[in-house]
Design a protein around this ligand. Structure first.
Ligand SMILES: [Cu+2]
Length: 167
């Protein structure tokens, strides 16, 4: 049992490491890229990440694209009068010079509309980000459990998914 857990952790670590590695696009540093696992038949899925602008000029995240859903959009979620609403951020989102843009549950997020298959915990989702100045960059979102509030840095969370493979 202990051996199996150790193997599972090894598998989880080797799969999670490349996805959680930082990606750069010019002066932009992209990290903490994750998506939430979706139940079967879900109409939408959410993607989240952090962009740090280490440069001296602002840039704008203007578009998101992915082959895993019929449509992929940049959204802003807000609570107005106690009601959660979200709308497409059609003009994009600026990242000030030296600033950080965080896409997270309850705020800006990537919305995968009508995913072609459920997002499964431990797997990854490809995403292309397009910035006004830095251009396009391909990244990978690691799928965290349904209801997760952040990326699954706790590798024990991956055990269930990889147990079969480690036997
Ligand atoms: Cu949305």
């Amino acid at each position: 049992m202990i051996k199996r857990i150790a193997l599972s952790l090894l598998f989880a670590a080797s799969l999670a490491a490349p996805a959680l590695a930082d990606v750069t696009a010019g002066p932009l540093l992209i990290s903490e890229a994750w998506a939430r696992a979706t139940p079967p038949g879900a109409r939408v899925g959410g993607g989240y990440l952090t962009v740090k602008n280490t440069g001296s000029e602002p840039d704008t995240l203007v578009a998101v694209a992915s082959p895993v859903a019929e449509k992929t959009e940049l959204h802003l979620m807000k609570t107005e009068d106690g009601v959660m609403t979200m709308r497409p951020a059609a003009e994009g989102v600026e990242i000030p010079a030296g600033g950080t843009l965080t896409l997270e549950p309850g705020g800006y997020h990537v919305m995968f509309i009508r995913p072609k298959a459920p997002f499964v915990q431990g797997e990854s989702v490809p995403l292309t980000l397009t910035f006004a100045k830095a251009g396009s960059v391909d990244i990978t979102l690691t799928v965290s459990p349904i209801g997760a509030a952040g990326p699954a840095t706790d590798h024990s969370m991956h055990n269930m998914h990889h147990e079969g493979a480690a036997k």
